[in-house]
Design a protein around this ligand. Sequence first.
Ligand SMILES: CC(C)(COP(=O)(O)OP(=O)(O)OC[C@H]1O[C@@H](n2cnc3c(N)ncnc32)[C@H](O)[C@@H]1OP(=O)(O)O)[C@@H](O)C(=O)NCCC(=O)NCCS
Length: 171
Amino acid sequence: MRIRHAEANDIPAILALYNHAVRETTAAWTGREETLDDRTAWYQGRVSKALPVIVAVDDEENVAGFASYGPFRSKEGYRHTAEHTVYVDPSRHRQGIGRALMVRILEIAAAEGIHVLVGGVDGDNHASIRLHEALGFDVSGRLPQTGTKFGRWLDLVFLTKVLGPKEAPQS
Ligand SMILES: CC(C)(COP(=O)(O)OP(=O)(O)OC[C@H]1O[C@@H](n2cnc3c(N)ncnc32)[C@H](O)[C@@H]1OP(=O)(O)O)[C@@H](O)C(=O)NCCC(=O)NCCS
């Protein structure tokens, strides 16, 4: 398995992974599957702002997972914080792919001067919470019943990691 930056021809595979999660899981709090145009606009929006979109690929260049980060919130005071996502093909779970994607995302974020990475996950998503904790993220907050899908309330759990010592900007 190799981790590399995504290219435009990876977008259909990224779309398929995302839409599977929409249909089957509470990883994305929506029931609306995206179109290829939606995902292409998302990819171009990220890449045009030098934000990372990375994929894990096997020897045949099949995409087994992807990860990315973007702004956490829009006001300028949040500019040193980013919110990430990571998705792995369910048929390849528990093979170290999510960890490898997250390790690379952390490396990129640190190199880009991001101070804090935030993940927002369903409180029942134990796989994601364990993965993040294994990588040094803390559970920083739990917002009970702030979402709904599949006929039940969902707790939003924020996972945060401060990437390194950094003085607060003076302005
Ligand atoms: C969360 C997710 C990305 C993990 O990917 P993965 O490739 O299966 O995870 P890895 O094999 O790299 O696991 C790394 C560590 O995470 C933890 N972990 C992963 N899956 C787990 C599970 N089902 N139960 C408990 N711990 C788990 C373990 O600590 C594991 O280390 P170990 O295998 O040495 O015990 C994957 O389950 C997924 O894509 N889920 C759907 C999308 C999603 O929820 N994304 C997160 C929201 S942004």
